[in-house]
Design a protein. Sequence first.
Length: 438
Amino acid sequence: MEGNKVKVSVEVDEAEFDKAIDAAFRKIARETRIPGFRPGKAPRRILEARLGPDLAREEALRDSLPDYYVKALEEQDVDAIAAPEIEITSGQESGPVQFEAVVEIRPQVSVAGYQGLRISVPSPEVTDEDVDRQLDRLREQFGELQTVSRPARDADHVLIDLKGYRHSEQIEGLTADDFLYELGSGSVVPELDEELRGKKAGDILKFTAAVPGQEEEVGFQVLVKEVKEKLLPEVTDEWASDASEFDTVDDLRNDIRTRLGAVKKMQAQLSVRSQAVDALVELVAEDMPEPLINEEMQRRLHELSHRLAAQGADLAQYLQATGQSAEEFQNDLREAAITAVKADLALRAVADAEELEATDEELDAEIERIAQAAGQKPAAVRKQLDRNDQLPAVRSDIRKGKALAWLTDHVEIADEEGKIIDRAELMNPTPDTPEEEA
């Protein structure tokens, strides 16, 4: 039907539906007091004579139609994604029951061109500049502050008395004496850095600035007491020996290069996965069904709320901390959900095109992994998944995982400058890199 919907026509023969009527009479018997019978013990013929047959038939239709509908979906392999519109077409009063269910199904999307995707990832190569930057970070840890008489500039540490106030009343958390502030860090308000640049000891600054969490602008008064410059140690073998486990600068640089290589390779590997999915999503031109978008939005909102609750926070505090309005948050959540739904459908399409299936052995392994993470026995997890009809979803996740693996094995990989990266060299572990470090 139109709108990505199908109509499922179901007929339940009279003998089969009579079982549902029997169940309805048993339910009515438990809820109805009949003189001479204990609750739930009155036979059907007594109830039928006293209450009439229509009441039980109505109860049977109400209780059993959802089960018949689900069974029909399973038999016809219909992947419904929304609640159905059910219309009983026959059998409301007697005889076999016929009904029609119109329901929206999971769409199949087109990913034409997925075999020839090309992605760009950060280069895994370690340059001398990379090593120098890491060496400078290590030097920073051993730097010493020395008072200077020149004006303050970025990276200096300025000793200040800071007072934040509103209507002459000081604001706790924005007031401190002998506060050593790193110029250029922006850790208080950006205006503080702007005002401090070029100032010397003895200067007094006054300005106003917007502060997150404060409804009105806050007034600031700052006394510059000292300007300190961080002096970094010279890179010598003696310093290398004091600052690390290595006796020479060359040995230290070689170790930094090895460690950076492992990190950059891991970052590039993770980028291959995310970039491959992003490139695949770009191939999807179809509009996503609202039920899938809403379901994904609810899932993401639930996960965020759960993480915030674990930190003793709520959504209102999160919005305040991020500076988002409720409308902006909702729009961002919807955009992320649309992308996630596209990725899900696109990976399903790749799995279909490449005939990737989840084997029973892979299903068993995934159930065991879930059980270990939950601290339960695999048999109990399988029983729970089966009872909740979630085993097909687990198989689907396995198929999508295999589709993603197929993509990462077949996309062409280049660095930011367009240079093709050797897949074998990128995806293989770095020799002599400890597993926990990687």
